[in-house]
Design a protein around this ligand. Structure first.
Ligand code: ADP
Ligand code: MG
Length: 600
């Protein structure tokens, strides 16, 4: 008895659909790609209920004739390749001719399409692979494809969908992967009637800012490299903005988002020692290679690719990124070497510098053990009579010479003098204590001060709040928005005024005083990623983790030159904290160089 039969197309398509469309986001990807392949310059994506009930893509591309409008739903129906050889010169996003057939097998699809040179368009309605209607229709040139009730006839799949916030965040991720590299096209995304993104055609950095917020414009260095094997163009994150998770790492090849662990590693390698442990740089890098030297066909969703010249590519990419970052190090070096403060004014004509005097403290004995050796001494050493005043690094030569020649008279013994402070490498404050020379990490010190301030103002309900002149809108992926909503009470406690407007959008109208409104989105993003991350275990409760992130974001960063008064204030504030020697994340703030170490 014969037992083999050929599956009807509708069943075959449903099976194929399982591979191509596993959730609303993958249908979104196929439809966006089709619109781009059709040469559209404006593409609008509309979803309802995270794509469950509606996914619609409207484009102004080439449109389809009325017979193509029917044919496009057939399996292996494609206008993009004609023979096997074409596979090696793919310039389009799609080519397998199975996306629309798959989608039509598992949804109710309504297509309206019109070529630019036709008066009238065509409407096709198809449900579970069966055409239920086709008729001429009046519509704008281009194509609108609406996918309704995805998986209406595949309950097993439907039941596997996650909650809307999760499905929507997958859709947003697809939207980012497509729009980040096609920055020359306009895109929009609206969900349940709210516009989440409206992205104008422009450059890549503008696109990044459109997706992640304006502050991102400041966070990257451009990468550009042009070789025979590959053209590279993109942006790599400044090391100080590295994140605790690998989230914002995007590599594209020929306009397509790809996952390629070796190339991703090439980028990270370029950062070598520039990043703190377990933090990851953000990057958005587009590669352009000869389509014949790459295989994108190894995976149905085409995110995995194989390159012929992989090792060369690896080396070129790494050195291009290094170069971009190298310019950065050089630039900062220069900045540190020639700050205005260190410009030495020329000496007046005929000026004879006085003989420098070496002074010493006759009472000082480096071998005398002080009881404060291990504990931090809060007492600052008064400038030794006639000694060089470290903080006067900011003074001109004349002033310095003055200091040396005419020592300040020592104040009354019981007066609390302001500490002498000197900033080193734009990141440490050095100040003499009775127990030795304190080297203070300026950022960690500031973190500690801000953290204590936030915690106590939240506990005592005395938070200071500063109303913003212009309210700031912050956007999150759906899943993050849920979480952010949960954290808002703690944020309110420490001085924020925050309201939800729409599903994923919040508006901030007031903040604690030390926070920059341009940094808010970044700050909240970091807060969410820290909160989700393992670092959480360090903290006794939720608000502690939140305040630690906030403090870190608000704190002065390495590289900020501090004025003398700023340093004095910071050092005094730090020593007023109950735990002055460790930052909220457990890192050490102060190292004391003991007098006996000087001798060595
Ligand atoms: P593929 O993209 O792999 O060719 P699809 O099933 O996604 O396969 O699409 C089939 C064909 O339908 C495409 O080759 C194209 O000719 C046509 N098509 C699909 N979407 C559009 C669109 N938005 N505008 C114009 N033509 C389209
Ligand atoms: Mg396609």
């Amino acid at each position: 008895m014969d037992i083999i039969n050929i599956l009807p197309d509708s069943v075959a398509n449903q099976i194929a659909a399982g591979e191509v469309v596993d959730r609303p986001a993958s249908a979104v990807k196929e439809l966006l790609e089709n619109a781009m392949d059709a040469g559209a310059t404006q593409i609008d994506l509309v979803v309802k209920d995270a794509g469950r009930t509606l996914i619609q893509v409207v484009d102004n591309g080439c449109g389809m004739s009325d017979s193509d409008a029917r044919l496009c739903f057939e399996r292996h129906a494609t206008s993009k390749i004609h023979r096997a050889d074409d596979l090696f010169a793919i310039q389009t996003m799609g080519f397998r001719g199975e996306a629309l057939a798959s989608i039509a097998a598992i949804a109710q699809v309504e297509l309206r399409t019109r070529p630019h040179d036709s008066e009238l368009g065509t409407q096709v309605v198809i449900e579970g692979s069966h055409i239920v209607g086709q008729q001429p229709t009046a519509c704008p040139p281009g194509t609108s494809l609406a996918v309704k009730n995805l998986f209406f006839n595949v309950p097993a799949r439907r039941n596997f969908l996650k909650k809307d916030s999760v499905e929507l965040s997958h859709i947003e991720e697809v939207f980012r992967r497509v729009t980040l590299i096609h920055y020359d096209l306009g895109f929009s995304l609206s969900s349940n009637g709210h516009t989440l993104y409206d992205l104008k055609a422009g450059g890549m950095l503008q696109r990044i800012a459109g997706l992640y917020g304006a502050p991102y414009k400041e966070r990257f260095y451009g990468v550009e490299e042009d070789t025979d094997i590959v053209k590279i163009k993109g942006f790599v994150g400044k090391p100080e903005y590295a994140r605790k998770s690998r989230g914002e790492q995007y590599l594209f090849v020929n306009g397509r988002f790809i996952k390629h662990p070796a190339l991703n590693a090439a980028v990270e390698k370029a950062y070598a020692d520039m990043l703190p442990e377990r933090s990851f740089p953000s990057y958005f890098i587009g590669l352009q290679v000869d389509p014949a030297r790459i295989d994108i066909n190894i995976h149905p969703t085409k995110t995995e690719v194989k390159f012929v010249d992989e090792s060369a590519l690896f080396a070129i990419l790494r050195s291009a990124v290094k170069k971009a970052l190298g310019q950065f190090t050089l630039a900062t070096e220069l900045e540190f070497n020639t700050p205005d403060e260190f410009n030495i004014a020329p000496a007046p004509k005929g000026y004879v510098p006085p003989q420098p005097r070496i002074s010493y403290n006759p009472d000082y004995n480096p071998f005398r053990a002080t009881p404060t050796q291990t504990r931090l001494s809060l007492e600052f050493q008064r400038p030794v009579d006639g000694g060089y005043v470290a903080a006067s690094a900011a003074a001109s030569l004349d002033d310095t010479i003055d200091d040396m020649a005419q020592p300040e008279p020592a104040g009354p013994v019981d007066a609390k003098p302001a500490p002498n402070c000197l900033q080193v490498q734009g990141r440490y404050i050095v100040t003499p204590l009775t127990s030795g020379l304190a080297v203070i990490d300026q950022q960690r010190a500031h973190e500690r001060v801000l953290y204590d301030r936030l915690t106590s103002s939240a506990e005592l309900k005395t938070a200071h709040s500063q109303t913003l002149m212009f309210p700031v809108t912050c956007r999150f992926s759906a899943a993050d928005a849920d979480l952010f909503g949960e954290l808002t009470p703690d944020l309110r406690d420490c001085g924020f005024a925050i309201d939800a407007i729409g599903q994923c959008t919040f508006v901030v109208t007031a903040t604690p005083p030390d926070i920059k409104d341009s940094e808010l989105q970044a700050c909240f993003d970091q807060m969410l990623s820290d909160y989700k991350g393992a670092t959480m275990q360090k903290f006794a409760n939720r608000s502690q983790s939140i305040f630690a992130t906030l403090a870190r974001q608000m704190a002065v960063k390495p590289g900020r030159l501090l004025g003398l008064e700023e340093m004095q204030q910071l050092v005094a504030d730090l020593f007023a904290c109950p735990v002055a020697d460790t930052a909220p994340n457990g890192k050490k703030i102060i190292t004391i160089v003991k007098p006996e170490d000087f001798l060595k």
